[in-house]
Design a protein around this ligand. Sequence first.
Ligand code: SF4
Length: 277
Amino acid sequence: MALTAVDIYKRLPQTNCARCGSPSCFVFATKVALRQEVIEKCVVLSEAELKDLKVVIGEVRTVMTEAGANAYAQAAEEIKGRIRDIDFRRQANGLGAQYLKEDDKEYLSLILLNHKYKVSKDGDVIKDDGGSPTAWAKIFLIIYINMRGEGGIKNEWVSFGGLPKTFAKQKSFKDNSEDVLVKNFSGKKTQLKTACNSLGGMDVSSEFKSDMAYRFFVLPKIPFLLLFWDEIPEEGFPARVKILMDRSVLAFIDIESLVFLAERFARELVKQGFGDS
Ligand code: SF4
């Protein structure tokens, strides 16, 4: 039987404690399948569980090497079916998406990080500009639609730590998104500005006390506010970054996926700023 990153995930403790350095068990499983991480880094597994998982991973590696597959793509394929039973016409408004019917096929049209996508009920994702959607874009679109978002944005910015039940994941949120931006953009405000503009951010610096503030609609009902204070070397102040979100965010995405989304958001900014993924 072909095993995937999801198979590894199913055998992990699923506590999302982040002690392995990944923001969640799902992200860790994907990295292990991609050979970017070693399973031993999950410190929660017992010796017996670890031994068992090593066997599983051995199979995954064989399958992936033979197929040249990508674990993100596999994960995207596996979650496609989750939206089949959703009433697209009814949910479109709540998700901030547009309902489309073309050739008897139903779609939701929605924007993810400045790119427009069409998602069919079979979970197929089409990028509006004709390019190929990345596997992680597919994953977020399916997860977002599957939340069947209802209600509006509250227009109240909160930090990740200000959301309920996020304590265990605060470190990984900071390490994998805010600190990535600090590391890459410290002393490089112009590059960050360029990256924010490329990613469709709106400059709202005049509304905040930080050196720079940009608002993004990462998904139609998920705005992020990026606040940046640049370093002042002569005074010994390091750069600081805060990523804030609307208080309503957990109506539109689960905590684990939000951590992953912020990580992806940071990486996209780095990519736009320096051409690095
Ligand atoms: S160490 Fe990583 S993989 Fe293991 S339980 Fe914690 S988050 Fe999950």
